[in-house]
Ligand binder design. Structure first.
Ligand code: HAM
Length: 432
């Protein structure tokens, strides 16, 4: 079937100037926060080897990758996230960099998701990775950065859904379920298919005690950490590594609380994420207006070792910029767009075009935002168009004034005009 060339490819969008401005506003907030927390920006390729991106990304995400063969016969893919590329980079060219390594990335990603509100096939993330520490303060830093990011873009009323995969993996591992088996169970949990997860655990040979433990965990969700931690600790008795994970989890939350951050947590013992590389705390950010996550992250202590041979603990978070934009809209957050005063230079007739161009060039060199009339619609139409486009000043370049080294400067809002010497223009206009 011939494609309709007036349409973007399904799942892809054009961003008009206002939307692009909002995306760049969020990027600016993200970049400022990176600086404040000491994260340095890196740029990695949009195309990577398929095997790199596919490792530990989880079955669902793997199926949704844009995979193709390049002209050299290499199996490559468009990146669906930054984390794999960062892990590759750190395990190769940054392997001996002093720890911790704090890296920031911003850019577009590609997933063949089913398009709907907030779910696109090309989307943007602001991504932060903190590499080299397995201490709870590293986890606390990422959570504090998450809360600061949401505040910085102006979002209110968000909840961080949080869990620790070490608890579930600790139970399943104790039961002798292989990592692959655990991953399949986690995929079902990510889709909230609790019955399916229980059934699969049984198929993999989980004991009756394990099934009962999982059932208890699946019912534990609350904003009250004490209720959830107590419930989990009772449920996982006899599973030492699950208890260890719980201990780590409560230490992190304790630290976050002591920073004094007003983060609303939703503790959910059955919460899992589709990405398979997580080994510790995992979380997703929600706003009440949208039922999809605006950000997500977690600890992954074994991914970097997969590529470089040396394990390096790490934790990170990525914000979905497109969804942050939607959330801002829903919550009525309208960052003021700083508007520079604009100047339009109009030639009265075609003999003055070169002079008009010259004046515009000189003004821009003085930092004045000067546009030139390129339509030759005649003076009165050019002025009414300038009004419509909220131009502050028009400079009218005509033969009579030019003869005296002058032009007409028209204040568009007050509709007053004066003759002014050309060399005085920058001084007059560069003050705003
Ligand atoms: P993720 O949860 O797959 O995590 O993606 C993070 C965020 O990207 C999501 O919360 C969502 O806001 C946004 N996102 C994902 N898919 C789409 C889509 N199809 N359309 C629009 N937005 C989308 C990661 O990507 C991990 N790499 C995060 C991380 C960094 N973990 C450790 N370090």
């Amino acid at each position: 079937m011939r494609p309709d060339l007036r349409q973007t490819v399904r799942g892809m969008r054009d961003l008009l100037p206002d939307e692009t401005w909002r995306l760049r506003f969020i990027e600016g907030c993200a970049r400022r926060l990176a600086e404040l927390y000491g994260y340095e920006e890196v740029i990695t390729p949009i195309i990577e080897y398929y095997e790199l991106l596919a490792a530990k990304i989880g079955e669902e995400n793997r199926k949704r990758m844009y995979v193709f063969e390049d002209l050299g016969g290499r199996k490559v893919a468009l990146r669906p996230e930054f984390t794999a590329s960062i892990a590759r980079l750190v395990s190769t060219r940054m392997v001996s960099a002093p720890k911790p390594i704090r890296l920031f990335s911003f850019g577009s990603l590609y997933r063949y998701d089913e398009p709907q509100l907030g779910r696109y096939r090309e989307f943007w993330q602001a991504n932060y990775e903190l590499i080299g520490s397995d201490k709870p303060e590293a986890d606390a830093e990422i959570l504090s950065l998450t809360s600061d990011f949401l505040e910085a873009v102006g979002l209110r009323n968000y909840v961080i859904k949080i869990n620790h995969v070490g608890v579930l993996r600790g139970i399943l591992g104790h039961e002798g379920i292989s990592e692959d088996g655990q991953n399949s169970i986690m995929q079902l949990l990510d889709k909230k298919d609790w019955d399916g997860a229980l059934k699969l655990a049984e198929d993999y040979g989980a004991s009756q005690r394990c099934v009962e433990t999982l059932k208890r965990l699946f019912n534990l969700r609350s904003e009250d950490k004490n209720a959830v931690f107590k419930g989990v600790s009772e449920a996982v008795e006899g599973y030492p590594s699950a208890l260890e994970a719980l201990d780590n989890f409560s230490g992190i939350i304790d630290l976050v609380e002591r920073i004094g951050l007003k983060i609303r947590f939703q503790f959910e013992a059955s919460f899992a994420r589709g990405l398979e590389y997580y080994t510790g705390v995992i979380f997703e950010v929600y706003v009440p207006e949208l039922n999809i996550a605006v950000g997500g992250g977690g600890r992954y202590d074994r991914l970097i070792g997969l590529f470089g041979g040396i394990d390096m603990p790490a934790i990170g978070v990525a914000f979905g910029v497109d969804r942050i934009m939607l959330a801002m809209e829903e919550q009525g957050v309208n960052p003021p767009k700083p508007e520079r005063k604009r100047v339009l230079v109009v030639a009265v007739d075609e003999n003055n075009v070169a002079d008009a161009l010259k004046i515009a060039v000189a003004l821009r060199r003085h930092g004045v935002q000067a546009e030139i009339d390129v339509m030759r619609r005649g003076l009165s139409r050019a002025l009414s168009d300038a009004d419509r486009r909220r131009i502050a000043y028009a400079i009218i370049v005509g033969p009579k004034e030019l003869g005296e080294g002058k032009v007409i400067l028209r204040d568009m809002r007050n509709k007053v005009q004066e003759e002014i010497r050309i060399e005085d223009l920058p001084g007059k206009l560069s003050v705003f």
